[in-house]
Ligand binder design. Structure first.
Ligand SMILES: Nc1nc2c(ncn2[C@@H]2O[C@H](COP(=O)(O)OP(=O)(O)OP(=O)(O)O)[C@@H](O)[C@H]2O)c(=O)[nH]1
Length: 364
């Protein structure tokens, strides 16, 4: 879950799904509704001479602060400053509430309830999803503000310091809860990344495995088709690899497979190039490009890299050095039905390369 509102350590706060954004806006509106509902209840309870101060505080400070946050969510830079905005919002409405407690005490000796402090902070911690450090800052500043208020006005009589302790203690529990959630989300994200790695990467070569290769190349094909661009599928297969394996052993065979992967990484360097192990000693590269010549040059470079390495293959009936054969299918994506068709044609070209004597490439 890559969201700024349910943050994870490795995710920067610059991407968020439209659904998360909608949920955030809805929660701000719900916060506004809650404050409005409190107003209806409070106005029945507070002394009449406090009505004006109370209404001004709620309607002209607290609700506009929430409205400001809501408006800010529509600003393009919001994601960069979301956490700061949450902190500022929580502190603004909390301190507005402190002011209300102060005014109620001063004007009418009325002990206005303090529980809003907890509700506002918890709303920030768990509904907005404030990160741990922001939640900690909110806790410290809210607690200090409350203690300052209690030093100024003994609003709750002999329960004053008990209430102050209750506020600070509750906020502390909230912050610890936030910390645990952040840690668990971080662990979840890590496990998720490992699982994605395991399910997409071939262990021996670190290239894409067949499943990932198929889905990534299908995606590239669709993209090239939409923009009527060219792409190529190169199927590569080590020559007489059975003899190599039988002669040098399976571990050396694995080493040769890794070498093929290294060669591919050296030759196909573009970020958009999709490289994978199709199975056994068969490999595939799916690449985009402007002209067919480039694809041939790349295939020739793979062959040359094997020549340069001069890895012996004693028992090979042809050349005594390890080589690979390549089948290429290239063209505008719109000329093909699917990536599967291109793979099939590249495979047929590979078969012809084998038939024609191996250590070469053949165009479909
Ligand atoms: N060491 C090792 N060998 C593998 C692996 N996967 C497949 N092989 C071996 O690759 C060999 C493939 O043999 P064949 O399909 O007969 O192909 P070839 O001998 O390369 O012959 P041509 O493709 O016609 O040139 C088999 O001996 C497999 O055991 C692997 O992961 N590691």
């Amino acid at each position: 879950m890559s969201s700024i509102f349910m943050p994870t350590p490795s995710v920067e706060a610059n991407t968020v799904s439209p659904r998360d954004m909608l949920m955030l806006r809805l929660s701000i509106v719900v916060g506004g509704i809650l404050i409005s509902l409190f107003m209806i209840g409070d106005l029945q309870l507070i002394p009449p001479d406090l009505t004006s101060a109370y209404t001004t505080n709620r309607a002209l400070i607290q609700l506009p602060v929430l409205a400001g946050l809501l408006a800010f969510t529509f600003v393009p830079q919001f994601l960069r400053f979301a956490q700061t905005a949450f902190l500022a919002t929580v502190l603004s409405i909390t301190y507005a509430n402190y002011y209300l407690i102060h005014v109620a005490w001063e004007q009418a000796a009325f002990s206005f309830p303090y529980e809003g402090t907890l509700l506002y902070a918890f709303f920030g911690f768990f509904v907005f999803g404030m990160k741990f450090h922001y939640a900690l800052t909110a806790m410290v500043l809210s607690s200090l503000g409350f203690v300052g208020l209690m030093l100024m006005d003994s609003v709750y009589g002999e329960r004053t310091w008990m209430n102050a302790g209750f506020v600070a203690g509750s906020l502390f529990v909230g912050v610890i809860g936030r910390h645990r959630i952040d840690r668990l989300l971080g662990q979840l994200q890590e496990a998720n990344e490992q699982l994605v790695g395991l399910s997409t990467i071939d262990e021996l070569t670190d290239l894409f495995n067949r499943r990932a290769l198929m889905s990534e190349s299908g995606r590239l094909f669709a993209r090239q088709r939409r923009s009527n661009q060219r792409l190529a599928v190169l199927m590569m297969d080590l020559d007489h690899f059975k003899q190599f394996n039988d002669h040098y052993g399976h571990q050396q065979g694995d080493q040769a497979i890794r070498q093929q992967a290294d060669i591919m990484r050296q030759v196909f360097k573009r970020q958009t190039d999709i490289l994978g192990r199709y199975g056994g000693e068969e490999f595939m590269a799916v690449i985009e490009g402007e002209d067919a010549d480039r694809f041939e040059l790349l295939a020739a470079e793979v062959l040359k890299q094997w020549q340069d390495r001069a890895v012996s293959n004693e028992d090979s009936p042809d050349s005594k050095e390890l080589s690979c054969s390549i089948g290429i299918c290239q063209g505008l994506a719109t000329e093909f039905d699917s990536i599967d068709e291109m793979i099939r044609m590249a495979d047929e070209a590979l078969y012809r390369a084998k038939k024609q004597g191996r250590a070469r490439y053949v165009m479909a």
